[in-house]
Design a protein around this ligand. Structure first.
Ligand code: UDP
Length: 323
């Protein structure tokens, strides 16, 4: 049985991937310092090591005998990264590099990268597009991608960087629980459920309706991409491979609002706020490479289905995992 180390497996995306790995028959160890993850999101048959990825002694021990590592840990908020870049460089880059050095016996790495590595895209977003982040979050993801690429050459390992577009969605027992929540879909759903307004950041972008456009990818489709990337790493020498993981469909912030109103069957008051620093106007994937090379295909391509699945979680867990 192949053994996988999942760093940050108690977080939103990690917890879905842990379920998918279990279903596929892998043995899993989760390493998570629970700074933002939730113990309750880890199934009982999974070993949870509660420690930081920069804890050398623990990492040396847990890395032993692992066939692959999946790296979900790190800070994830674009706006916050502009205000506190030092935290992003420390958590996402310094600690990750220390981890990779101590865990160097693991020869297959799947890294949670981001569409934020592209910056403000010009034309279609293939993986070969110029990487020019416009916020510290994207810079830190790009730094680790580059480092992994260098490692694959110097140490002959495999590394896949999955460039997530906007992860969203959930299921009745598992979902997004960030404190504070900064992401659009959970914020709109919660505003709808609690009967309060939501703020949309910026309405003067050069987009179809003036609000930013994103490509929402269901977390279960993301999990499937991880499984396929893992299979590719475990079956061949592939070196460094970056893949876009998105549906290829752009949805504006106002369209998210409208779709959520339809899903919840109620009006949601919206306040048009200032632009949020570091936000590219449009981020939409061309996902052809992952479709071709890993035979990946998203199951959720309709924004309302994605939002309904997330709403299921928020209705059942108004206080997240505390409920
Ligand atoms: N956004 C918003 N209101 C919110 C949260 C986010 O208008 O309460 C906007 C944000 O400025 C961006 C889009 O929604 O234009 C997606 O942001 P999110 O933080 O969900 O994901 P990101 O694209 O930053 O990874």
């Amino acid at each position: 049985m192949k053994e996988i180390l999942v760093v940050g497996g108690a977080g939103y995306i990690g917890s879905f991937v842990v379920r998918a790995l279990l279903d596929a028959g892998y043995k899993i160890t989760v390493l998570d310092n629970l700074s933002s993850g939730h113990k309750e999101a880890i199934p009982s048959k999974v070993t949870l090591i509660e420690a930081d990825l920069a804890d050398e002694k623990v990492v040396r021990d847990v890395a032993k005998g692992k066939d692959a590592a999946m790296l979900f840990s790190g800070l994830i908020n674009v706006g916050e990264s502009v205000k506190e870049p030092w935290r992003y460089w420390k958590e996402n880059v310094v600690k990750m590099i220390l981890f990779l050095e101590v865990a160097s016996e693991i020869k297959n790495i799947i890294f949670s990268s981001s569409a934020a590595t592209y910056g403000v895209p010009q034309g279609e977003l293939f993986e070969t597009h110029e990487l020019k982040p416009v916020n510290p979050y994207g810079e830190t993801k790009l730094a680790i991608e580059k480092y992994l690429e260098h490692l694959t050459i110097a140490k002959s390992i495999n590394a896949v960087a999955l460039r997530y577009f906007n992860a969203a969605g959930g299921r009745a027992d598992l979902g997004e629980d960030h404190k504070p929540e900064t992401h659009l879909i959970p914020n709109v759903i919660k505003a709808g459920l609690e009967g309060r307004p939501v703020t949309i950041f910026g309405s003067d972008y050069e987009t179809k309706d003036g609000t930013c456009v994103r490509d929402y990818i269901h977390v279960e489709d993301l999990a499937d991409a991880h499984l396929r990337a893992l299979t590719a790493c475990l079956s061949a020498k592939i070196g460094f491979r970056p893949y876009n993981v998105g549906t290829g469909k752009g949805v504006s912030n106002l369209e998210v609002l409208k779709a959520t109103e339809d899903v919840l069957n109620r009006k949601i008051e919206c306040i048009m706020g200032e632009r949020r620093a570091g936000d590219p106007p449009v981020l939409v994937a061309n996902p052809n490479l992952i479709k071709k090379e890993l035979s990946w295909e998203p199951k959720f391509t309709n924004i309302k289905d994605i939002i309904s699945s997330a709403a299921l979680w928020h209705k059942n867990h108004p206080n997240g995992y505390l409920a």
